[in-house]
Design a protein. Sequence first.
Length: 121
Amino acid sequence: MTARYIVIDTNVWIRQFLSPGGAADAAITKALERYTPVFDLDTFEELRTRLERSKVAKLSTPEQRQAYLAGAVENSVFVERTYQVKRVLEDPDDNKFLGLAMTVGAPNIISGDAHLEGIKH
């Protein structure tokens, strides 16, 4: 793929939603200047379900959450993840983000998870 893609971990999307103008918002805004975020069905479904969890849901309306998801989709592309990896032992659910980055050749993953730091593909 010749486009420049970036993978954004769900925790960063959630922090952007909850704290507009905060560090996660700044990171995503900066990334959008150079990259197109990418989702697969699993990573998008994780974001959708995390937005519906009680901690997030009680701080927002269903309309706000739906609008946020629509904006995320509008600025992103969806692909089928072709790499299945098992390199993140501390949080196996994060392997999907690493596999997605490998699928699209993304140079980085934006994440707040320390166990994803330093992993090279």
